[in-house]
Write a protein of this length. Structure first.
Length: 682
């Protein structure tokens, strides 16, 4: 029996090591015009940031910031793998993103807020106005809520200018913000309130999505009720109004608990709040992300290290200059938005665009009209959005006269054919593309080309960015050489300033998830002994360019949004009839993958379309609409190994119509055919 089990496991894990065959794509070179204006053009940057010069190379990034007290120790490894950067330094993130720009640039637009409603005027928030609004809101946090440095506060906000204002007001006081993606459900918000121990929730009454003004306040009520059940009482809810002075939600305000920010602000007119000087290693924010177990984990990011890293990479990789108009179309509810809509661009005194709505609303020309009107010259988005825009409006970009110098893709592997459309049609062959690979945990980019130095290769992210040294291991810890055509588990050999400090409240899980696998000595305090496991499978070319193949664990990536299969499965299990649930990714033309759900019922329960719908709804309620399964297949039984493990690999092959391989080692091979018949109709 153990024989059979071993065999089954070998089949499951070997996917990380598959030999990869793909056509070498032709290199595409940056234009002379781009190079002439770029921030970094000297290839010596790679020497400055070599492993030999690690960790002192990162002084270059730290020196882009204004420190209240300069640090004395670059990297403290004494509590490895919880590394501390710029120890002894004191700094305030809000000061670095706002105050220090006022002397020269107070009139400059910091944020262009673009409403989804096309007839509404764009709101241009200058650095001076940002300063005033952040100060006044910080006064509310301090005086109405009694919040102080180190306290956590949960934000559940849509894409509006008030979101960075709220974040920067928190940062001004050293309050740790935890923004929950606006599209997530009240329940998901509750889980994050409870885990972070937040006593205050900041939200907005309503926002536009695909032409509808959605009642968002409703989710706050669910979140609070649920959090209370789990033992976390929220004292106050601060509600921003989408239209100041007017309430746009139908859900009633709760007397004594819910307060309109715009009412409170009247008391704080003209108040200024001194930025609190925070230790470099103080926590700036938490960003929850999916893991392999049901419970989302709070990636804990530092103040000094994180800000230095996102500022440095915004300058070197995003090529942001203060005079640029920069538009990252991600949501601030994800790490991309924190690093590359808010903190990086504002620390560099750029103008950053925040668009409220759906890229294809009211039509696929919308992003290009925004780009034309604001004269955006740096554009940043995910393959999902590119695929959608390509599908419905392939000829739209040509109708508008915008010019991008630089474009980014992030979040998922981009297929070369989609890359080429992005390059030719969106970038009009003028813009360079950087394919940036990284994760919530990383704070900023891991792999990408430096745009003026390295050519682009469609479908490959590029080498490690300055100071990041990737390495690929097989399952036994043997290095997979670059250029071998073999994939493996990609790790980073060294720590870096933007790397998260820990999982909030769960150091053990942090060590286990990211370091245990390849740690050379668990007692070591040398960084060399702690390679960081990214959880992605990758293949590295002879030229050092990295191609990411996807996750090696149970996390799936829908439209660039990471979902833990376990989270979806545990949501399905809230339906009383359900005994077992298994989620697998199924290929989707636009979203990359979608979750497909397999369900086995408790004995005596009967399958029906109503029940399938109920399960689907449970996922929407527990997690949010983005997690809605493509299909819910209620099967007579799950294919299992003899040790009782559900064979997701087999289910995945059935959903995708690919080869299911050898199933004879299963405990119940006959079930495979039955499921195949149900799903594929054959
Ligand atoms: C995937 C998003 C291929 C990868 C910043 C990673 C990518 C996960 C790329 C992290 C890319 C991100 N090419 N795959 N350029 N960028 N990924 O935490 O699987 O939301 O582990 O961070 O997305 O997703 P997360």
């Amino acid at each position: 029996m153990s024989d059979v089990k071993d065999k089954a496991e070998v089949t499951e894990t070997s996917e990380a090591e598959i030999a990869v065959h793909w056509a070498e794509e032709e290199l595409v070179y940056p234009s002379a015009q781009f190079i002439a204006q770029a921030n970094v053009t000297d290839p010596a940057v790679y020497d400055r940031f070599s492993l030999e010069n690690f960790p002192n190379c990162f002084k270059e990034y730290a020196d882009l910031l204004s420190w209240d007290e300069y640090w004395h120790t670059m990297l403290d490894t004494s509590d490895a793998p919880c590394f501390k950067w710029f120890v002894g330094g004191k700094i305030n993130a809000s000061y670095n993103c706002i105050d220090r720009h006022l002397a020269k640039n107070k009139n400059k637009t910091a944020i262009h807020f673009v409403s989804e409603v096309e007839s509404e005027k764009v709101e241009h928030v200058t650095y001076q106005e940002l300063y005033v609004r952040v100060n006044e809101f910080a006064a509310i946090l301090r005086d109405e809520c009694g919040l102080k440095a180190g306290d956590r506060v949960t934000l559940h906000m849509p894409m509006v200018a008030e979101l960075p204002i709220t974040m920067l007001a928190c940062a001004r006081l050293g309050i740790i913000h935890s923004q929950v993606f606006g599209g997530f459900s009240g329940q998901a918000c509750a889980d994050r309130i409870v885990d972070s121990g937040s006593e205050y929730l900041i939200t907005m009454d309503a926002y536009y999505r695909s032409g509808q003004l959605i009642d968002h306040k409703e989710k706050a009520d669910t979140a609070l009720a649920q959090a209370a059940k789990e033992g976390q009482n929220v004292k106050k809810v601060l509600v921003w109004q989408r239209y100041p002075g007017k309430y746009s939600a139908a859900t009633p305000m709760v007397e004594g608990r819910d307060f309109f920010v715009n009412d409170l602000l009247k008391k704080y007119y003209g108040v200024r709040v001194a930025p609190v000087s925070m230790p470099a290693e103080a926590v700036l924010f938490l960003m929850y992300t999916s893991g392999t177990t049901g419970k989302p984990k709070g990636a804990q990011h530092s103040t000094g290290g994180y800000l230095a890293y996102v500022t440095g990479t915004s300058k070197y990789i995003q090529d942001i200059h203060p005079e640029d108009v920069y538009w990252c179309m991600a949501d601030i509810g994800w790490i991309t938005g924190h690093s590359y809509i808010v903190y990086g661009p504002l620390a560099l005194c750029a103008s950053t665009v925040i668009y409220e709505g759906v890229p294809t609303y009211p039509d696929a020309g919308r992003p290009w009209r925004i780009a034309q009107d604001l004269d955006v010259n740096i554009f940043h988005t995910a393959p999902t959005a590119i695929r959608a825009l390509r599908k419905i409006g392939p000829d739209e970009p040509a109708k508008y006269t915008y010019h991008f110098k630089h474009m980014t893709t992030v979040g998922e592997p981009i297929e070369p054919v989609v890359w080429k459309w992005y390059y030719e049609f969106v970038g009009k062959k003028e813009a360079i593309i950087v394919d940036t690979w990284w994760q919530t945990e990383n704070g900023g980019f891991l792999c990408s080309t430096i745009p003026a130095i390295k050519p682009m290769k469609p479908g490959s992210a590029g080498p490690g960015v300055p100071g990041i040294h990737p390495i690929v291991y097989d399952n036994d810890g043997v290095v997979v050489p670059s250029g071998s055509g073999k994939a493996g588990n990609i790790c980073i050999q060294n720590p870096w300033p933007g790397m998260f400090q820990s999982i909030w409240g769960d150091r053990d899980r942090f060590v286990k998830t990211y370091f245990e696998r390849y740690c050379k000595d668990p007692k070591s305090t040398r960084w060399q002994d702690w390679p960081y496991l990214t959880g992605d499978a990758a293949v590295v070319g002879a030229d050092g360019y990295v191609r990411i193949l996807g996750r090696i664990d149970d996390v799936i990536n829908v439209s660039g949004h990471r979902l833990g299969t376990k989270e979806l499965e545990s949501a399905a299990l809230t339906v009383p009839e359900v005994a077992e649930a298994a989620v697998v990714p199924v290929k989707h033309e636009i979203k990359g993958v979608e979750p497909d759900m397999y369900i086995a019922l408790k004995p005596g329960m009967v399958a029906s379309p109503e029940l399938a719908k109920k399960i689907s709804m449970a996922i929407v309620t527990e997690i949010g609409a983005i997690a809605r399964p493509k299909s819910v297949w209620i099967v007579p039984d799950m294919p299992k190994t003899r040790s009782g493990k559900i064979m997701r690999r087999v289910l995945g092959a059935i959903s995708n119509g690919t080869d299911i391989g050898d199933v004879m080692t299963l405990a119940n091979p006959e079930i495979v055919e039955a499921i195949q018949k149900m799903v594929q109709g054959k």
